[in-house]
Ligand binder design. Sequence first.
Ligand code: G3P
Length: 222
Amino acid sequence: MPAPLIVVNFKAYGEVCGPRGLELALSCQAVSEDTGVHVIPCPQMVDLARVCARLSIPVWAQRVDGVGPGGHTGHTTAAALAGAGAAGTLLNHSECRMRAFDIDAALSSCRAEGITTCVCSNNVPVSRAMAALGPDYVAVEPPELIGGDISVTTADPSIVSETVDAVRATNPSVGVLCGAGVKDGKDVSAALELGAQGVLLASGVVKARDPAAVLRDMASTL
Ligand code: G3P
């Protein structure tokens, strides 16, 4: 997937439950098609298949488990994501952490199913370790800035540039995203200037009065 990317994580926000989740996903698609910037919705898991069925752009899941098909009640396999029509998935989000060997197993299953992978990390050493596992992307997000008003690109730009350097040195085929507090076009272009291929964000779009307008502002700067 070519850069730049704006990945929109719907999390479990009430603003995007059920039909409102589909509405935001359709806005992501409209902005993506109008601007040529890749805007990727990550809807709530129960809405994944329904959203995938209505959209023609790539849709990602918010998580996947490191188990194969079988007796694993409540788990989500890479095969199930592929069956639902998902093109990619987040893993190890700081609100949904995984053990290293589960991340590794999930990455293998995703590779086998052709699912794009984006592993989240909380700092530079973890970004380096995650890059060594060979995902498509590593997304660095300082947990203390998540959901806040100050973008990682303003509060802690070095975590982005140092992650870019660490990931490039470890596995140059892995892309880097950054996230936490990203709210507007200025934050998105700052992320790209720091060397990231895009951003992973949530509240700035999901909780906005006019999410489509925020997405258009972000895309317009790229
Ligand atoms: O997955 C995106 C994320 O954790 C950042 O959230 O609300 O700070 O954009 P937010």
